[in-house]
Design a protein. Structure first.
Length: 163
């Protein structure tokens, strides 16, 4: 009898694509509206932060912690203004496919309270759930040592409620 994991994968492969009608109007009116592109950066980031991002994506300059924090703050503000509640690191594991690690902006704060958070550290590098072997076997997460890292040359984007 196949494991529940293999049944879940089998079921995922049987799902049909969702048909989506494009928005009305000129394509130029909505093209890139959910991408944190230069237009969005001009609204949510300072000129100095934008310059550092451009240097990083065009010349390979490493971002410093201060810039990462400024980008994370602007990115979170932009994403939440567009209805995003979560962010994900999208990565390519050894399976040859892609994977995502979804995380809520919400962080517990105080007694019974919460705040929305996305820091430079969370944006730039996180541990993925690298507990699965490409062959479907499992291992302890601490043994996997898998990390995700942000690539500033690839603009962030929103799909549904996820950055």
């Amino acid at each position: 009898m196949p494991s529940s994991r293999f049944r879940a994968v089998d079921e995922a492969f049987r799902k049909m694509p969702i048909s989506v009608d494009p928005p009305a109007g000129a394509t130029s009116e909505y093209y890139g509206c959910n991408v944190f592109n230069r237009k969005a950066m001009r609204e949510y980031l300072s000129e100095d932060t934008r310059r550092r991002i451009y240097e990083s994506s065009e010349q390979g300059v490493t971002l410093d912690r201060e810039t990462a924090e400024a980008v994370a703050a602007g990115l979170k503000k932009w994403a939440m203004a567009k209805g995003a509640t979560h962010y994900t690191h999208w990565f390519q594991p050894l399976t040859g496919g892609t994977a995502e690690k979804h995380v809520s902006f919400i962080e517990p704060f105080g007694k019974g309270e919460a705040i929305e958070e996305l820091t430079g550290k969370l944006l730039c590098q996180q541990e993925s759930d690298a507990s699965s072997f490409p062959n479907g076997g499992l291992r302890n997460t601490f043994e996997a040592r898998g990390y995700t890292a942000w690539d500033p040359s690839s603009p962030a984007f929103i799909i549904a409620d996820t950055l």
